[in-house]
Each structure stands twice: as structure tokens, then as C-alpha cells.
Design a protein around this ligand. Structure first.
Ligand code: C5P
Length: 223
């Protein structure tokens, strides 16, 4: 019998478009490592805010970022980024980080800091005997893994997304983050050519995941 393939699933989309919920279920169903790259940008943002380095101070960013040691702790099926050995705290979901993260993530040296680290998650997934990884973000199908086995792009109506966030009891500047993320020069949020575009506005989470899982199952039987 031939060995199962190792697969890469990319899920991109705007804020609160359903990426994390879908990615977690797919990780469970197919035994994949779940990599939430938004949490990486949030963690770096919290770190830079704590060090009082604003996103506009390029020279300081260029000096500080290469000194940060990025490593990964696998918790269940999730990859958690450690910065100098420290895991992210609850503050990465705070209003302050929500308000600043898109300003930092628009800076090329910040994106560059995470580029190889994100690609290296393949090695982490293999080392932990996962059957692949599901990585969610804004530029996964366009920049990080353009040759991923599956590239999904999730859309949802802004009003529906705001409803989802407030149902989670979270304040979030969804529209402003999407505006900044879509208009930046480096790796903007965009549906890459050839990606599978899913509008989830009128779909349940089960329907969205069901559609993705049906496609993935052709290549990799559920675990
Ligand atoms: O996914 P989440 O909403 O937590 O992402 C937080 C922010 O991180 C985004 O608004 C975006 O500015 C940045 N991000 C990014 N590229 C990714 C993932 C997240 O620029 N691949």
C-alpha cells in the first residue's frame, strides 16, 4: 500500500470570515497541523507594542526583529509561536492589538520576519507525524504556499462578519483591518487566481467545512 500523501491546505480571507473555525475542524477531521498565522502577526504586534517600537520606525524594526528567536510549540493540533521562548498571552486578542496589527503587518520587514518561519511549519507538521497542515491567513495561497494542494478563499458579507464577532463577545475593527490588509503594497489580502472562492454569508459552518472536506477527501481520506 502506498503511504498517504502529505497535504497543504491554505485558507485565506478577511477578518471574521470563518477561517479559524473551518481550519480547526479540518485539522481534526484529517489529522493536520493547524497554523493560524494571524496569531503570529498578533504576537509580534504585542511584542513590538510592549517594546514601544511603532510601525513607522523602520530602522528600529530592522534592528529588533532579527534578534527575536521564533520557535514553535505544538499544543494538540495547533502550532503556537514562541517569541524568545514566550507563548502569546490573551493580549493578542485585545482591542489594542486589533487596532495596531494591520499597521505592523503592512511593513515588509515584519512580513519578511515571518516568511521562512511560516514555511517551516511543514517540517514541524512532519516531525509531529501530522498528515499535512492547514494554514490560515491573508497571503497563504498567494505568497506562502502558492502551490498548496488546496487553496480556499473565504468571503462573507461585512454585516454578517460583524455579527459573528459580537456573538463571540469580541470587539473588533473588522472593516478597518480589511481595508488596510487589502490596500497594502506587500502581500495584500486578495483571492489568488485559481483559489476556490467560497461565499459563506448564507452558509453554516458545517456547509462550508463540508464543501472543503469533500474536495480534500479525494486526495486524503479522513483520519
Ligand atoms: O487572522 P487574524 O484576523 O487574527 O489576523 C490579524 C491580522 O494579522 C490581520 O488583520 C492582518 O493584518 C495580519 N495578517 C497578515 N497576513 C496573514 C495573517 C494575518 O497580514 N497571513
Amino acid at each position: 500500500m502506498s503511504a498517504s500523501p502529505f497535504i497543504i491546505v491554505a485558507i485565506d480571507g478577511g477578518a471574521a470570515s470563518g477561517k479559524s473555525s473551518s481550519a480547526k475542524i479540518l485539522a481534526e477531521r484529517f489529522n493536520l497541523l493547524h497554523v493560524d498565522t494571524g496569531s503570529f502577526y498578533r504576537h509580534l504586534t504585542a511584542e513590538l507594542l510592549a517594546r514601544m517600537v511603532p510601525p513607522g520606525e523602520l530602522a528600529t524594526l530592522q534592528a529588533v526583529l532579527p534578534t527575536l528567536q521564533l520557535s514553535t510549540h505544538v499544543e494538540g493540533r495547533s502550532a503556537r509561536m514562541l517569541v524568545d521562548g514566550r507563548p502569546a498571552g490573551d493580549e493578542i486578542r485585545s482591542g489594542e492589538v486589533n487596532a495596531h496589527v494591520s499597521h505592523y503587518s503592512a511593513v515588509p520587514v515584519v512580513r519578511h520576519t515571518l516568511l521562512a518561519y511560516q514555511r517551516n511549519q511543514v517540517d514541524v507538521a512532519r516531525a509531529h507525524h501530522f498528515r499535512g497542515l492547514v494554514m490560515e491567513g491573508r497571503d497563504i495561497g498567494s505568497v506562502i504556499f502558492p502551490a498548496a494542494d488546496f487553496r480556499f478563499f473565504l468571503h462573507a458579507d461585512p454585516a454578517e462578519r460583524a455579527k459573528r464577532r459580537s456573538a463571540e463577545g469580541r470587539q473588533d475593527s473588522i472593516a478597518e483591518r480589511d481595508r488596510l490588509d487589502s490596500s497594502r503594497k506587500t502581500s495584500p489580502l486578495t483571492c489568488p487566481e485559481g483559489a476556490i472562492d467560497i461565499d459563506s454569508t448564507h452558509l453554516t459552518l458545517e456547509q462550508v467545512v463540508g464543501h472543503m472536506a469533500d474536495l480534500i477527501a479525494v486526495k486524503l481520506p479522513p483520519a
